[in-house]
Design a protein around this ligand. Structure first.
Ligand SMILES: [Zn+2]
Ligand SMILES: [Zn+2]
Length: 179
């Protein structure tokens, strides 16, 4: 199978976690997925006052490290991400460059004062990865709150989504992939 999705860990991300994520993404996108070498992003890249990483800075770094990959690149980071217009984001994507980024920072239950839960973190991460990769495959936001392409503003909305697309988005993806 061609490698259509490259998963790039930012600094250290649990390998067991990524190895489990790859086949799930392969199934959703009917594409090959592979975990690449990690990309080092030093803490000094963070906005010092916010303690967060500007999402466009991360996308630009990932794009520079993987120019013209002929595949969608999905970076996974533990850093908390923000955008000019958003206090935080779970992830973002640059459709033209085929770069998607997802932060697990606010997907951890311990962030909300609850005991850590590997499976919950995995499900949440899968949903956000399917969402951001969906953008790189040309999908837009969906109004179906259960669909992975629904834009979540809070962890409740992420938990309410499915880790896959609604029928309409699934059809759009199939059309986009065959054109
Ligand atoms: Zn989105
Ligand atoms: Zn949808």
């Amino acid at each position: 199978m061609d490698c259509d999705i490259r998963i790039v860990p930012i600094n250290t991300v649990d390998h067991v976690f990524l190895d489990r994520l790859a086949p799930c993404l392969e199934e959703r996108f009917i594409a090959g997925a592979r975990v690449e070498r990690s990309l080092v992003v030093p803490r000094s890249t963070l906005n010092a006052t916010r303690g967060q990483l500007f999402v466009s800075t991360l996308i630009a770094k990932v794009q520079r490290a993987h120019p013209k990959p002929g595949a969608a690149v999905l970076a996974i980071t533990d850093f908390d991400l923000y955008k000019t217009s958003h206090r935080f984001v779970f992830g973002d994507a640059d459709e033209a460059q085929s770069v998607a980024v997802v932060s697990v920072h606010r997907l951890r239950s311990d962030f909300y004062g609850e005991p850590s839960d590997f499976n919950m973190l995995f499900q949440r991460t899968l949903k956000e990865c399917v969402h951001e990769l969906g953008h790189t495959f040309g999908l837009k936001h969906c109004y179906n709150a259960r669909c992975a392409m629904y834009y979540s503003n809070s962890i409740f909305e992420t938990d309410n989504k499915m880790p896959h697309f609604c029928e309409i988005c699934d059809h759009r993806l199939a059309r986009a992939r065959s054109s």
